[in-house]
Write a protein that binds this ligand. Structure first.
Ligand code: PLP
Length: 396
């Protein structure tokens, strides 16, 4: 077996693309001005920031003044949720609806608000990892301030019926936020047409650098300022702009949203080949809906296999993958996402996420399909759990 390097963990982060790097470089070098300075160097930086804002707005179907740059997707989620809570608490609205399998940037924020007197409803998801919009309708109350539902799940890749959920929220007069960190660049999004009030995204998932994000806030919603200080981001989020990162994000989102369907036409057959062939191994299951999932997401559980060992052995074979979300790896708790779709702890522990893009070749797919069965067999041969399973004995 020849050894090579295959990066199949794009949901964790992506490489900065050449195009993005080229766009950024001038703002580290000759274009280093502070975007608030009035001389030409500063004005040029300011223009570059506004140009990037226009690109983000265009990619999302928003207006530039509805786009606010943040330091990451987590910051955008925090701002949307805590900001809405602060805004509407004054009107007696202290109820928030979200789902059980959101990213921790949302869940830990709602848990924080719970400690401060907010009532949170966590909508369950089906065994396929989908939310029923009618559950949201039923959960909305007179004191509901916000509904926050992720566009696509970071672990199992399921894509939620966002337009339907938004339309229920609009009808009921409740604000709707979506964490679209994993969706941008993979599905078509139009915030105005879809009735989305707030949307978070993150640069490092779409080939921009780490540490840059966006919160889209529909005009008319006046969230409290996130960072007090200077007048940047129309006074809402102070701090000298990270011009190269913002410029990079502008280019990244333009490229990522340019040919979504053409890219998906390349990725989906390769993803399906991976899924179909891995599922030929005994005692495996696909996590998440077969069709309503991100084009590049493969998430499969292998009974009798320990996820961390699987990842290490794949790494030894030059394949980068993940067993849960990157943010929680290192923790021994099984993924809350996999538990939410009904997996038993030991099955959730033996899960693998591959997240591929259109740079993956047929040859790479074949290589992955050559390595995985060997690694799984090796780990199962060493596993006392697998041995007990095969003997039909009880195991924990
Ligand atoms: N939301 C989702 C769904 C994510 O997958 C991530 C990152 O993995 C985040 C939020 C956080 O984004 P960032 O890393 O930019 O803070």
């Amino acid at each position: 077996m020849d050894k090579r390097f295959i990066y199949a963990d794009n949901a964790a982060t992506t490489a900065v693309s050449e195009e993005v790097l080229e766009a950024m470089l001038p703002y580290f070098r000759e274009g280093y001005g502070n975007a608030s300075s009035i001389y030409k160097l500063g004005r040029d930086a300011q223009r570059a920031v506004e140009n990037a804002r226009e690109k983000v707005a265009k990619a999302l179907g928003a207006e530039p003044r509805e786009i606010f740059f943040t330091s990451c997707g987590s910051e955008a989620d925090n701002w949307a949720i805590k900001g809405t809570a602060e805004l509407l608490e004054k009107k007696g609205k202290k109820h928030i609806i979200t789902s059980v399998f959101e990213h921790h940037a949302v869940l830990h924020t709602t848990e924080y608000l719970e400690k401060h007197g907010f009532d949170i409803t966590y909508i369950p998801v089906s065994d396929k990892g989908l939310i029923d919009p009618e559950e949201i309708r039923k959960a909305i109350r007179d004191d509901t301030a916000l509904v926050s539902i992720m566009y696509a799940n970071n672990e199992i890749g399921t894509i939620q019926p966002i337009s339907e959920i938004a339309s229920i929220c609009n009808e009921k007069g409740v604000l709707f936020h979506t964490d679209a960190v994993q969706a941008v660049g993979h599905v078509d999004i139009d915030v105005h047409k879809q009735g989305i009030d707030m949307l978070s995204l993150s640069g490092h998932k779409i080939h921009a650098q780490k540490g840059i994000g966006v919160l889209y806030i529909r005009k008319g919603i006046v969230l409290p300022n996130l960072i007090h200080g200077g007048g940047q981001e129309r006074g809402k989020r102070a701090g000298t702009e990270n011009v190269p990162a913002i410029v990079g994000l502008g280019t990244a989102i333009e490229v990522a949203t340019r040919n979504i369907s053409e890219k998906n036409a390349v990725i989906i057959p390769r993803r399906n080949k991976l899924i179909d062939n891995i599922l030929k191994l005994p005692y495996t299951r696909l996590n998440g809906d077969r069709d309503k999932r991100l084009p590049g997401n493969v998430n499969i559980s292998f009974e009798g296999v320990e996820g961390e060992s699987l990842l290490l052995m794949l790494d030894m074979n030059g394949i980068c993958a993940s067993s849960g979300s990157a943010c929680t790896s290192g923790s021994l708790d099984p993924s809350h996402v996999l538990l939410s779709i009904g997996l038993k702890h030991e099955v959730a522990h033996g899960s693998l996420r591959l997240s591929i893009e259109d740079d993956i070749t047929d040859d790479d797919v074949d290589y992955i399909l050559e390595v995985i069965p060997k690694v799984v067999k090796h780990l199962r041969d060493m596993s006392p759990v697998w041995e007990k399973m095969m003997k039909g004995e009880k195991y924990e």
